[in-house]
Design a protein around this ligand. Sequence first.
Ligand code: NAP
Ligand code: MG
Length: 491
Amino acid sequence: MSKKSKPEITLNFNQGWQYAPAPESSDHIRLEKKYGHFINGEFVAPASGKYFTSYNPSNEKPLADVGKGDARDMDKAVKAAKTAYDKVWKKMPAAERGKYLYRIARMIQERARELAVIESMDGGKPIRESRDIDVPLAAAHFFYYAGWADKLEYAFPGRTPEPLGVAGQIIPWNFPLLMAAWKIAPALACGNTVVLKPAESTPLTAMKLAEIIRDSGLPPGVVNIVNGFGDAGAALVNHKDVAKIAFTGSTDVGKIIQKAVAGTGKKLTLELGGKAANIVFEDAPLDQAVEGIINGIFFNQGHVCCAGSRLFVQEGVADKLIRKLKDRIETLRVGDPLDKNTDVGAINSKEQLEKISYYIGLGKEEGAEMWQPSGNIPQTGYFCRPTLFLNASQSHRIVQEEIFGPVLTIQTFRTVEEVIEKANNIPYGLSAGVWTDKGSRIFNLTGKLRAGVVWANTYNKFDPVSPFGGYKESGFGREGGVQGLAAYLKI
Ligand code: NAP
Ligand code: MG
């Protein structure tokens, strides 16, 4: 670093240490003014001729227009996917399919910086997260499933696994590129072709992925990406030539999709909402637990289905842990997603900020005690202060409902039985965290918590090898690992 650019560090008594801005450069980013859809290997205009704008939520500025897809575009995409399936992809030797996946994985790595910057601009998440988590994990999923492509019979010994056909995939806005990779990689490895619909507020990394897919030489029609709103998603779900629907998003939309698919013979996996319990016992390493709690709910603005949004602390350490937690939250920097020092970025959209603000108001009305740090947050863009609700009770709606923002409810407990009962007493069951020094207690809880994933003395750790998915209203089916293959095969 040159002397000139040495960061200035000054102490501001209201806000603690302030760092000079350290923004990641966006000079190298090339975005088209307009993207249509990616169908049959090329970018095409939407049938309606209509476009909508994707904004940068941290400054409310437009980034690019994307095509507003409808049933006509979906039909064209599904036809392209079906032709590619029948004529090319299903006949191709599995090892050859694997090579395309490896190539896409490497191209994601080569363009990692560009993808991370666009992800942060379009969705609002801190560059640290898109750079260190989203993009590397997206590449890792392609690498992992590339390896399975020619080994499917070893994954299901004694069976003859066969692809399903065209997979329709619908994804949310919180991990746009990563969710696309989670869905596309296993589908292709298993020999299916794909039509993907990105979320309306974060379509841009999917368009960059489309460029990568085109440049990888993947046969046209094997992957198609159609932009649009919920009605475009519904047209995909209802298309007669789609053999499988994989949906990640809200429980409300998941229920609509489940009804639409019932009786059609389409295979379905649903990855839905969550309201995870993060449980801290008296013998836990408290400083580590504080980091895990922060990582679980405040990084990525709480826009994580498996966010540790309900904290349960054993009574003996509650005061101490809450004091440490408040001290740590005071140091969090809320602001420009492209700044490498930023801990908490922008809320993804105005609507989502309104929803979070509604729940913060509701929590106060319900009688929980609200606490927020003293620092400033930017005045333009959609930002929200990290928020704690102390003395929350099990019946509060802020405890029962998914807020999907940087809002943490805190409850205390005395016994293991009590905390298991409370942790399980909600409609969701996606994930949970347990913090304790005692191994036997971890095993006891992992068996009793009704959650698809339980982290022990850590939180929000992901790897393509481990399956992910929920219980109850958090959905069904697993993504990741060997289990993730089963969702895309007739076995
Ligand atoms: P959402 O409103 O359910 O949207 C998800 C996707 O479905 C978007 O692409 C959306 O399009 C589309 N869609 C909307 N209505 C549809 C319909 N009737 N038929 C078909 N598709 C439709 O969810 P979101 O607000 O984007 O995402 C947040 C939710 O996702 C949270 O509940 C979170 O917990 C969940 N999530 C779960 C997981 C998991 O693995 N379990 C992972 C990440 C997120 P538009 O964008 O145009 O609305
Ligand atoms: Mg956007």
